[in-house]
Design a protein around this ligand. Structure first.
Ligand SMILES: C[S@@+](CC[C@H](N)C(=O)[O-])C[C@H]1O[C@@H](n2cnc3c(N)ncnc32)[C@H](O)[C@@H]1O
Length: 155
C-alpha cells in the first residue's frame, strides 16, 4: 500500500471537481489517469463506461510508471486526468511530463489538472503551467486558483 500518499488521497469517492465536471467530457473515449493513487478517479470513470489507463509509481492500482523516468503510454487519449500529482514532480520533470501529456492528447481532448500545495510538494506556479498548454494550442474551459479544465484545439 502506498501509505505516504494514500493517507491523503485514499478515499473511495472521486475528487468532487471531477464528479462536478464530468458533463464537460466527451461521452466516450480513452482516459489516462496520471498518478492514479488508489484508483478512485479511474474507477469512477470506468463506471461511466470510459476505457481507462491508470498509471502510478506505486502499484496499488493500475500500471507502474515513474513519471519523468518512464514515458507515458504511447497512445492517444480523449481525456487526461492529473489530479493532485504534478506538484510532486520538480519543475523540470513536471514540464517534461506536461510535454508528454500534450503529445498523448488527441484534438479536442480534455485535460483536467488539480493541484494542492502539500507540505512535501515542490513549488509550482499554476498560471505558468496553464500558460504552457495555452501556448501549445489548448483553450481554457474552466480555471480557478489550483484547478482547471483545458481543451486541445490542434492535432
Ligand atoms: C495525492 S495522490 C493523488 C492520487 C489520485 N490522482 C487521486 O486524486 O486520488 C499522489 C499520487 O502521485 C503518485 N506519484 C508521486 N510522484 C510520482 C511519480 N514521480 N511518478 C508516478 N507517480 C507519482 C503517488 O504514488 C500517489 O499515488
Amino acid at each position: 500500500m502506498n501509505g505516504k500518499w494514500c493517507v491523503r488521497c485514499g478515499k473511495d469517492v472521486p475528487t468532487p471537481y471531477l464528479k462536478k465536471n464530468t458533463k464537460l467530457f466527451p461521452e466516450k473515449g480513452k482516459v489516462l489517469d496520471i498518478g492514479c493513487g488508489n484508483g478512485r478517479n479511474s474507477r469512477y470513470m470506468m463506471g461511466l463506461g470510459y476505457k481507462v489507463d491508470p498509471i502510478d509509481m506505486a502499484n496499488d492500482f493500475g500500471v507502474k510508471c515513474v513519471l519523468g523516468k518512464d514515458p507515458l503510454p504511447n497512445k492517444k487519449y480523449d481525456i487526461l486526468l492529473a489530479n493532485y500529482i504534478l506538484m510532486f514532480l520538480d519543475g523540470d520533470v513536471r514540464f517534461k511530463v506536461m510535454g508528454e501529456m500534450h503529445s498523448r492528447a488527441k484534438k479536442n481532448s480534455i485535460l483536467m489538472m488539480e493541484m494542492y500545495p502539500a507540505k512535501d510538494a515542490y513549488e509550482y506556479n499554476f498560471n505558468n503551467m496553464v500558460d504552457y498548454f495555452l501556448n501549445k494550442g489548448w483553450i481554457k474551459i474552466r480555471k480557478s486558483k489550483d484547478r482547471c479544465i483545458l481543451e486541445k484545439t490542434n492535432e
